[in-house]
Design a protein around this ligand. Structure first.
Ligand code: IPE
Ligand code: IPE
Ligand code: MG
Length: 246
């Protein structure tokens, strides 16, 4: 298995490497169910896979990786599951931060502060901050993230500037909007991966994924492998990206 993915990495055409890959890590609950476990055990198993994929992304020379950890719609789940996820995500950050820092990863959380428990954001930032001098791999964790919420916050911020006279309405361009998103300054995702057989965006990076390539697999997230991740890059390299041109 180990060599399996390394030999696939060797097949990557470095001149056609995607710059930014975004992943919708889906299927933890179904995986747990399949193994007679509780949903929360599925999430726990999922964290191990995140670790492996981050490592593999680095080995493959990827620059930006964005993973969907918790959506603004996920508050609709049971209190037990929501609380478990909030704790698991923060604990995982705290457990992994030393290794991430050492391995050149620059990590940040993107999402809204709305509904998060008091102090959550501060703890996230305290930990992430330690990695901000790194530049090998930029890792975004989409946490309490919703694409529409992101646009609302961007529009509010732009409207405030317009009200204060800092920005004229006719000066609002696509670039200005991009610059007010959580992903300001980052390239749009070239490739969006979704596991578990669902073929939808679920409010993920709706502005940024306008021209992304999509790659879907039936594999449930806890069973997603390094090899499959690299395969998605190899498949991406076969795509002809036209951006509306002929
Ligand atoms: C993805 O797995 C993780 C999160 C949404 C937090 P799910 O929990 O959605 O798993 P399924 O889709 O129910 O199998
Ligand atoms: C999307 O998965 C959100 C994350 C992976 C964090 P969901 O499982 O919440 O999406 P839906 O409900 O199937 O669209
Ligand atoms: Mg799901």
């Amino acid at each position: 298995m180990e060599n399996d993915y390394k030999s696939l990495i060797a097949k990557i055409d470095k001149t056609k490497m995607p710059t930014h890959i975004a992943i919708i890590m889906d299927g933890n609950g179904r995986w747990a169910n399949k193994h007679g476990l509780k949903r929360i055990n599925g999430h726990k198993a999922g964290v191990k896979v995140v670790r492996e994929i981050v490592e593999t992304a680095r080995e493959a020379g990827l620059k930006y990786l964005t993973v969907y950890a918790f959506s603004t719609e996920n508050w609709g789940r049971s209190k037990i599951e929501v609380n478990y996820l909030l704790k698991l995500i923060l604990d995982s950050l705290i457990n992994e931060i030393d290794d991430l820092v050492e391995n050149g990863v620059n990590i940040r959380f993107i999402g809204t502060e709305e509904h998060l428990p008091p102090g959550y954001d501060v703890k996230v930032e305290e930990n992430c901050r330690r990695s901000w001098h790194n530049s090998e791999l930029y890792l975004n964790v989409a946490m309490n993230y919703g694409g529409r919420r992101e646009l609302v916050e961007a529009i509010q911020s732009i409207a405030n500037k317009t009200k204060q006279g800092i920005l004229q309405p006719e000066e609002i361009t696509e670039q200005v909007i991009s610059d007010h998103l959580y992903t300001a300054g980052m390239p749009d995702p070239d490739l969006v991966i979704r596991t578990s057989g669902e073929i939808r965006l679920s409010n993920y990076l709706i502005w940024q994924s306008t021209y992304s390539e999509f790659w879907f697999t039936d594999t449930l997230w806890p069973e997603f492998t390094r090899a499959e991740f690299i395969q998605s890059i190899l498949d991406y390299q076969e795509r002809k990206r036209r951006f509306g041109k002929r």
